[in-house]
Design a protein around this ligand. Structure first.
Ligand code: ADP
Ligand code: MG
Length: 293
């Protein structure tokens, strides 16, 4: 499900005829069935952009189209109920909203909100759990008995129950330990490849993002500074630094190595691979030195 912004601006009304332009003439095309990242410093407009594409906020000017939904066209017969099925929003710390006594009720609750007459809800709960990699044994457990990572997965399942085509996530890995983070990263990749979802992630966790994302939008002061595939965007360290956008550790390390030694390590997937690459280079170097002796 693609997302199109055409010359979109949005200002918060601060009263006394003051306003804050949070999104400033943004035009982007986010292709369907890819994982997109939105990064930028605090206050750059990331959350506002999510709210605009989720229909919670209406732009001051410009056009927004999400799949077949023309959010800004007053003449289109836009159905907000259908839109809610097709677009899921995972807030920061979504598990904080839990209030039911079982995982099943927790997930079913959002399903029932969508369609109170739905009798197939139990099956849908199981399907949603399966989608996030949890088996049926979780159904009757209390959501409060789960660890942090499992709680996050249940919260995501409660969004996936309506089978959205587009999943929007605000800081999905925040507060998770390393193992839970890895599990969630696998899930996000799986949602794209196996379930054909489009995923948009706002995050400061660029180490995570670098491993799973396809395309990245960099925001600063409500404007798009750069938009392209991850290699293109993350290789421009100078630009990211200039606009206060976070840089993945592996890219930072490669950039320092290049600067100090003029050795270009090329595309390195993650920190583990970097350590391995450096180790191999050292071994090669040692062999050269030994041969020279
Ligand atoms: P980010 O998510 O990147 O931190 P936001 O989209 O939350 O950025 O905010 C963008 C800009 O809009 C910031 O300057 C912020 O101070 C301002 N802003 C956000 N929410 C409000 C609000 N409810 N009222 C007034 N200004 C706001
Ligand atoms: Mg924010």
């Amino acid at each position: 499900m693609e997302v199109i912004f055409k010359n979109v601006s949005f200002s918060y009304n601060l009263g006394m005829s003051n306003e804050k332009k949070a999104i400033d003439n943004v035009s982007v095309f986010l292709q369907g069935n890819l994982i997109h990242g939105i990064i930028g410093p605090i206050g750059s407009g990331k959350s506002t952009m999510l709210e605009l594409m989720n229909g919670i906020t209406k732009p001051t000017s410009g056009e927004i189209v999400v799949g077949n939904y023309e959010l800004t066209n007053t003449k289109s017969n836009f159905n907000f109920n259908d839109f809610r099925y097709d677009v899921g929003l995972v807030y920061q710390f979504p598990e904080k909203q839990f209030f039911c006594s079982t995982v099943e009720e927790e997930i079913a609750f959002s399903g029932k909100v969508f369609n109170p007459k739905d009798k197939s809800i139990k099956n849908k709960v199981k399907k949603a759990l399966k989608m996030v990699g949890l088996d049926d044994s979780y159904v009757k457990r209390s959501p409060f008995s789960l660890n942090g990572g499992e709680r996050r997965l249940v919260a995501i399942a409660s969004i996936l129950i309506s089978n959205p085509k587009l999943l929007i996530m605000d800081e999905p890995t925040i507060g998770l330990d390393n193992n839970s983070k890895k599990r969630l990263m696998e899930l996000i990749k799986n949602l794209k490849t196996r379930y054909m979802k489009t995923i948009i992630i706002v995050t400061h966790d660029v180490d995570m993002l670098y491993e799973i994302v396809d395309d990245v939008v960099v925001l600063n002061n409500g404007r798009v500074i750069k938009h392209g595939n991850k290699k293109e965007v993350f290789s421009d360290v100078q630009l990211l630094d200039k606009y206060g956008a976070p840089v993945p550790s592996v890219i930072r390390a490669c950039s320092i190595i290049k600067e100090r030694t003029n050795i270009n390590l090329g595309h390195v997937k993650n920190l583990n691979n970097l350590v391995r690459t450096i180790a191999n280079k050292c071994i090669d170097k040692k062999m050269v030195v030994a041969n020279e002796k």
